[in-house]
Design a protein around this ligand. Structure first.
Ligand code: WT7
Length: 652
């Protein structure tokens, strides 16, 4: 994607292939006719209160019915005001009075190979017990709890236990560093941290408790730590602060009434990157989020009672919140969870899991699909993938080549692919094919779901015609929209609603084709999408300049074969020219400050960075250099042309 010099964005991707669903799939689909979709979409647009009100009555269990479906206008919309409910009750308790009581809720496989199955009843019991543990540790309704765990059932248990007592969870992906944990503890003022001794990743232990210990030196609000024994290696336990999960659970009662919370009660905070160095605490509330994740799971994944559903995301990301935990459990589905890496002990692991558990729905990310392609067809071809009936993709635009491979080698040319566009902030899927009706085009997330009213506008907010690239916005509020950035409502207003008056701005560039299909072209802000994970260039820059040898740093993305986008860092030093060992030091420093997911791919030392006369770093030029492109754009505002020549020379 390139930002043109004018208002619009030039789109370079052209793709004409179309893949309609099979008649067989359509016949059994939850949404099975184009007319049904059209009617739902129009109704949701014209009468959102009627549309969402009926769905909320039919799909959520309320302690007290709501008074109003929504109040206020975007950005300050409130949904289902006056109503009370509980998220854990909706995910668990209500299934226990049905035949689902003994249905598998979670089928889990650890990286070393152990298997656990938790029925809805089992999960309910564990959640109630852990909710009592949290209460015993002093956690109250309205508090925040940090969760920093491997992908084990206890992670879902911990989050649902928080929801049961009305405490907001703040889950931090296990790949983040101790410093990132400390920042998030402090921002959320978390009182309790739930962690594990470690987790398994490619046969090695990831030292989670050790990172928590380091973070606590800088997290004054944290009073108690609960530690799950997962890998069994030694950890230090501080008396009266640190407790083993199994000790606390031993005597905990399995009776725990769910706390009745308001529809707009905070359910969780999830930190994500924005265009500044400080992560944003995206806050979601209860009723709207639950309804959004429940309905989209049913519509997009076509969930059925018989399905074995596997979303490979870690629960530490929004995909894992919405489509490993809340969405599927609200629907009473069976969720597959796998703790470890796709290439451990070999590159066949995912396909082995699909064959072994007869997975029917598989939802993963383009970066993973590109890695599978590279590892070769022989891995999936060794296994029986005939149980699959639906495939999904999320996290970044999927390149048509990867789409076609997914379709052919994994879907055996018969599974619909749902390319789902959404964000941490949107809570639930916004644009996606409906698998029973939407002819798919490789690389397009196709059309908006009911209740989603997107548009493509210019920087000044004018609606653009079909095929013109522009900014992706939402014209109408939706139930699972973020409500604020924790502790910083002004940043919430300026980030999402400050760009274009009255509209939600997603941060993405996109175009709509003449069939009404949307094509996401990537971020237009300083946000990178590395392996489907969001990172801000500023975050990496601040990590670099926090090292004593660095004077200045500029970070840009460049096209990366597997990760989608790689991280290139241009660094000027306080003294000296730099060498390989300093490169390694800086890479380690960034990993320590943010986490392994931010590992720079390229570090280039330079005596100066290209700047405009007003001192602004010309990232566009750096992007060209990082991508190995010829300088296309205008360099007339560059202050010192020799800087560019030098940067190019250092390329040789
Ligand atoms: C950004 C959101 C929401 C799940 C995971 C990422 C990009 C996400 C797609 C898609 C093209 C996509 C966008 C978006 N993105 N899904 N199907 N096609 N781009 O969540 O970290 O909040 O990032 O990911 O750029 O704005 P996130």
């Amino acid at each position: 994607m390139t930002m043109g010099s004018g208002e619009n964005i030039t789109s370079i991707l052209h793709e004409d292939r179309k893949f309609p669903p099979t008649a067989e799939f359509t016949a059994q689909a939850n949404i099975s006719s184009e007319a049904q979709y059209q009617e739902m979409w129009q109704r949701a647009k014209d009468d959102p209160a009627g549309f969402w009100g009926e769905l909320a009555n039919a799909n959520l269990d309320w302690f007290k019915p709501y008074d109003k479906v929504f109040e206020g206008v975007m950005p300050n919309t409130k949904w289902f005001t006056g109503g009370t409910l509980n998220a854990a009750y909706n995910c668990l308790d209500r299934h226990l009075t049905t035949w689902r009581k003994n249905k598998a809720a979670i089928i889990w496989e650890g990286e070393p190979g152990e298997t656990r199955v938790l029925t809805y009843q089992d999960l309910h019991r564990e959640v109630c017990k852990f909710a009592n543990v949290l209460k015993q540790l002093g956690v109250q309704t309205g508090d925040r709890v940090t969760i920093y765990m491997p992908l084990v059932p206890e992670l879902a248990i911990a989050m649902l236990a928080c929801a049961r007592i009305g405490a907001a969870h703040s889950i931090i992906f296990g790949g983040f560093s101790a410093e990132a944990v400390a920042d998030r503890n402090n921002d959320a003022k978390a009182r309790v941290v739930i962690t594990a001794d470690g987790g398994w990743r490619r046969g090695k232990e990831v030292p989670l408790k050790k990172a928590v210990d380091e973070s606590l030196a800088k997290s004054p609000t944290v009073e108690k730590v609960v530690v799950l024994k997962r890998v069994g290696w030694p950890v230090s336990m501080v008396p009266d602060r640190d407790y083993w999960w199994h000790d606390l659970m031993q005597d905990a009662s399995s009776d725990c009434d769910p706390v009745e919370v308001d529809s707009e009660h905070p359910l969780f905070i999830l930190y994500t990157s924005g265009s500044t160095g400080k992560p944003k605490g995206v806050m979601h509330t209860t009723a709207g989020y639950l309804l959004g994740t429940m309905m989209t799971s049913k519509w997009v994944f076509d969930l059925k009672e018989e399905d074995t559903y596997w979303c490979t995301a870690d629960i530490g990301w929004i995909t894992g919140h919405s489509y490993v935990t809340y969405g599927p459990l609200l629907n009473g589905a069976t969720v597959m969870m796998y703790e470890g890496a796709p290439n451990w002990p070999d590159e066949g692991r995912f396909w082995e899991i699909i064959e072994k558990y007869k997975v029917s729905i598989f939802y993963t990310a383009p970066t993973a699909i590109r890695a599978f392609m590279k590892w070769g067809d022989q891995w999936p071809n060794k296994f029986d993938l005939s149980s699959l009936r639906l495939l999904g993709s999320v996290g970044e635009p999927i390149n048509p080549e990867a789409w076609m491979w997914y379709h052919r080698v994994i879907g055996l040319e018969r599974c619909p692919i749902v390319d789902t566009w959404w964000q941490t902030e949107t809570g639930a899927i916004m644009m996606s094919p409906l698998p029973g009706i939407t002819p798919t085009k490789p690389g397009s997330c196709t059309r908006p779901l009911p209740g989603v009213v997107p548009d493509i506008v210019s920087k000044s907010g004018q609606s653009l015609p079909d095929n013109a690239g522009g900014l992706l916005v939402m014209r109408q509020s939706w139930p699972s929209m973020l409500r604020t950035l924790y502790g910083d409502h002004d940043r919430f207003l300026s980030t999402y609603f400050g760009e274009i008056e009255g509209l939600y701005f997603a941060g993405d560039g996109a175009r709509r084709d003449t069939d009404g299909y949307y094509w996401i072209m990537g971020r237009v802000d300083d946000v990178l999408n590395v392996a489907g994970h969001r990172l801000s260039t500023m975050e990496v820059e601040s990590a670099l300049v926090s090292h004593p040898s660095v004077a200045e740093a500029a970070v840009v993305g460049f096209p990366h074969e597997i990760k989608g986008e790689g991280i290139a860092c241009f660094v000027t030093l306080r003294t000296g020219d730099g060498n390989d060992s300093l490169k390694q030091t800086l890479i380690a420093h960034v990993r320590k400050t943010i986490g392994a997911l931010a590992t720079p791919d390229v570090i280039k030392f330079t005596a100066a960075l290209p700047k405009t006369r007003s001192g602004k770093i010309m990232r566009r030029l750096l992007r060209d250099i990082a991508a190995g492109r010829e300088q296309a754009g205008d360099t007339s505002t560059l202050e010192d042309l020799s800087v560019l020549a030098k940067l190019r020379e250092s390329d040789e």
